[in-house]
Write a protein that binds this ligand. Structure first.
Ligand SMILES: Nc1nc2c(c(=O)[nH]1)N[C@H]1C(S)=C(S)[C@@H](COP(=O)(O)OP(=O)(O)OC[C@H]3O[C@@H](n4cnc5c(=O)[nH]c(N)nc54)[C@H](O)[C@@H]3O)O[C@H]1N2
Ligand SMILES: Nc1nc2c(c(=O)[nH]1)N[C@H]1C(S)=C(S)[C@@H](COP(=O)(O)OP(=O)(O)OC[C@H]3O[C@@H](n4cnc5c(=O)[nH]c(N)nc54)[C@H](O)[C@@H]3O)O[C@H]1N2
Ligand code: SF4
Ligand SMILES: [Mo]
Length: 695
């Protein structure tokens, strides 16, 4: 029997059909053409995903450490869960509930994200929970909430892309990060629309653009203001729209007027004629879109940068018009749903705020607790990792981690690794022994995608059902099962509130989200199956909303708010000692920290390790030839990898992918400076020195 399901990896959540293998091994992947997002197309990661199900690296029994210096050894489930419960309880009893931390992930299903947030607040009573989505799209989420009163990554379906006139892709490389989505941009151009790509590198995506702007990393805010300046100077603002649908235009106008084209060319390195060309391409058509991804967002000013791009859209009357507007390309499999159901430090389910008394009362009633017992907001992801093991009243002494591998993926990773090592107790639930799991006192082996059912919300805000297609290996349990087992040990009276069946959890999630911004109360598994996904918000008895804001924005007065922000430099600027910009990102064949994709032979053959992408002029200055080991050194540390020399990158910038641990781990070098609003670290720019590392 074949089963229709979805890929384990990115937010495109490509549909696929799995068929049992003749030899009883991992299932075969068949095309699922009826699912319209990808129409059967998959990238190499999705196509090879079943290899992780029966990989030799798969964990199939719990592992425990008898003392901090002892190696991990196999243990039974009851023993492992007893140890986790005891480790968390010891920290709580000795130092208070906030001495226990929880770290989640945007790859977890909606049900798991919901249960994890509830577990932290109801069983542990801790405020100290956050997740890796903080490192992902949090700046776009903050800017979208500020401007529109609500954050749904794409407020329109992907199918609208070919129907618009121009798309500006800012710091997004879908040719490598979402290959099946490229067809939307190809169709756009085939039907006469244009594509502008903004990226310091001439990526595979930029190669397909009508216009490629290559700014210095960290200068997108100035670039957006420079474009808005020209829009104003050329009389291309939509004054009727500004008057009817927005507030805050005078400040935005003033910020743009202070960024005249020659100044913007000096800050960004983008020549004035290219700025003019971009404005013409963007303003001429009836409809146009700006889509951002991690390039402009992962900065200490990511929220304001996205705000400035939204201001450009608002001034030209784009958001809330057909086939127009601003969107963010969310990243992880459940990057959208993962930020709605309460695993975020400041959040309750339904995209509610922990600081809102009405939200607390509603969710507490669903959870059957007194609202006064719910903790307040906790620390953001990096701040939480930074507080691990710290002595004194504010330190977090024990951590439960599910769905992330921060030893590879967190900024200033050597420091984060040392913080993890200094914990009194660390428990990690994972499918393989990730670099982070390898540091744990207890490792819990869990089921993965095709072995369990659950919902995920894709980058369009469409809730999908990822169906179970195969049995998990014996010895493995689901994350929901883990939380239930821990609740039984830590707070037996609360354990019935942690069902193991995903559909039961979803039923409660629907009630908890009812009336919230991300309202799922009208969504059921049956409806998702019947409609191939349901767009939120979808209140009970209501209809899904594929296109948002057509009549009004989700702000109290129904108007969108201009950000009106000024440009500012990166948190760390280049100088004589560190004269080169470093930026980071992804390659086609590896996913995130690589914990899963590094176990797949075909993917590792295609992308075997890290590299330093640099321009021939910089290579000559450094004295590096193709393939030579070069060191990239910042104030935080050093990463070494072979040189990959190409004119496809700015001469003042080097790029490294972040998928690998060890000497080539670029996050040893990156800057944890945080955005004041989103608490996003500055992954996409820091100052480095590049030097030969070989003999
Ligand atoms: N193959 C693969 N696909 C993935 C993932 C993966 O790990 N591997 N991860 C998924 C996830 S979680 C995410 S978040 C998405 C991310 O998807 P993308 O955002 O497309 O990926 P990145 O490579 O991080 O960054 C995109 C581009 O930003 C550019 N950039 C760097 N600095 C700047 C800057 O200052 N300004 C501008 N304008 N651009 C800049 C980089 O050169 C890069 O080409 O991908 C998803 N898909
Ligand atoms: N330098 C640099 N660093 C970055 C970025 C960048 O662009 N540059 N991007 C950032 C971004 S956008 C992101 S999203 C993060 C991602 O970085 P991570 O948070 O490290 O993401 P993953 O590697 O996907 O980690 C997921 C872990 O959970 C495990 N896992 C998979 N499925 C399940 C499950 O169902 N349950 C449990 N318990 N475990 C599971 C996987 O095996 C893996 O070990 O990295 C960030 N780090
Ligand atoms: S594009 Fe994303 S969802 Fe689609 S197959 Fe590749 S990794 Fe999976
Ligand atoms: Mo991400």
């Amino acid at each position: 029997m074949t089963v229709d399901t979805h890929c384990p990896y990115c937010s495109l959540q490509c549909g696929m059909t799995l068929a049992p293998a003749a030899d009883g091994g991992a299932p075969d992947v068949l095309e699922r053409t009826a699912f319209d997002v990808n129409r059967g197309a998959l990238c190499g990661k999705g196509r090879t995903a079943p290899a992780v199900l029966d990989s030799a690296a798969r964990l199939t029994h719990p592992l425990v450490r008898d003392d901090p210096a002892a190696p991990l050894r196999p243990a039974t489930w009851p023993d492992a869960l007893d140890r986790v419960a005891a480790g968390l309880a010891r920290a709580r009893d000795g130092h208070g509930a906030d001495a226990v931390g929880v770290f989640g992930g945007g790859g977890l299903t909606n049900e798991k994200a919901y249960a994890l947030g509830k577990f932290a607040r109801v069983v542990l009573g801790t405020s100290q929970i956050d997740y890796n989505g903080r490192f992902c799209m949090s700046s776009a989420a903050a800017a979208g909430s500020r401007a529109f009163g609500l954050d749904r990554g794409l407020p329109f379906p992907l199918a609208d892309i070919p129907r618009t006139g121009c798309v500006v892709l800012v710091g997004a490389n879908p040719a490598e990060t979402m290959p099946p989505a490229l067809r939307y941009f190809t169709e756009l151009r085939r039907s006469g629309g244009t594509l502008i790509v903004v990226d310091p590198r001439r990526t595979r995506t930029a190669e397909q653009a009508d216009l490629h702007l290559a700014p210095r990393p960290g200068t997108d805010l100035a670039l957006a203001l420079g474009l808005l300046h020209l829009v104003i100077a050329e009389g291309r603002t939509d004054d009727a729209y500004i008057a009817a649908r927005t507030t805050g235009w005078p400040a935005a106008r003033a910020a743009a007027m202070a960024h005249w084209p020659e100044l913007v060319e000096r800050i960004t390195g983008v020549p004035v004629p290219q700025l003019r060309e971009a404005v013409a391409l963007f303003c001429d058509p009836e409809a146009a879109m700006v889509l951002t991804a991690r390039g402009p967002e992962q900065h200490a000013k990511g929220t304001d940068t996205v705000g400035a791009w939204i201001d450009l859209c608002l001034a030209t009357g784009r958001p809330g018009r057909p086939y127009s507007g601003y969107g963010c390309l969310t990243g992880q499999g459940n990057g959208q749903g993962g930020r709605e159901h309460g695993q975020k430090a400041d959040q309750l389910p339904g995209y509610r705020l922990l600081t809102d008394p009405a939200a607390r009362a509603h969710v507490a009633a669903v959870w059957g607790v007194d609202p006064g017992t719910l903790p307040g907001p906790g620390r953001s992801a990096y701040e939480l990792l930074d507080a691990l093991g710290a002595p004194g009243p504010d330190g977090v002494r024990a951590l439960l981690l599910m769905g992330s591998n921060p030893v590879v993926s967190a900024p200033r990773a050597a420091h984060v690794e040392q913080r993890l090592r200094s914990l009194d107790f660390l428990a990690v639930a994972d499918v393989v022994l990730s670099e982070t799991a390898a540091l744990a006192d207890v490792v819990l082996p869990v089921a993965q995608w095709a072995e369990e059912t659950g919902t995920l919300t894709n980058l369009e805000g469409r809730v999908l059902l990822r169906r179970r297609a195969v049995d998990p290996p014996p010895g493995v349990r689901g994350d929901l099962d883990v939380l239930r087992g821990l609740a039984e040990r830590l707070a037996p009276a609360r354990a019935p509130g942690f069902p193991v069946a995903a559909e039961e959890v979803f039923a409660e999630l629907r009630r908890a989200s009812a009336g919230g911004k991300a309202d799922y109360s009208g969504i059921t598994y049956a409806r998702i199956e019947a409609e191939d996904g349901v767009f939120w918000p979808c209140p009970e008895g209501g209809e899904p909303v594929p296109r948002m804001f057509l009549d009004r924005f989700a702000t109290p007065d129904g108007r969108a708010r201009f950000a009106g922000v000024q440009h500012r430099p990166a948190a760390e600027e280049t100088d004589a000692e560190y004269p080169v910009w470093l930026t980071t990102g992804r390659v086609l064949a590896q996913y995130q920290s690589g914990a899963q994709t590094r176990r797949v032979g075909e993917l590792t053959a295609a992308a075997p390790g890290p590299y330093v992408q640099l321009h021939p002029e910089l290579a000559a200055r450094v004295g590096a030839a193709e393939g030579d080991p070069v060191a990239v050194v910042s104030r935080r540390g050093r990463a070494v990898a072979p040189a990959r020399i190409t004119a496809a990158i700015r001469a003042d910038t080097v790029f490294m992918p972040f998928h690998w641990p060890g000497a080539g781990r670029v996050n040893t070098v990156t800057n944890p400076a945080l955005d004041p609003v989103s608490r996003m670290p500055e992954f996409k720019v820091c100052a480095v020195r590049v030097e030969p590392a070989g003999e």
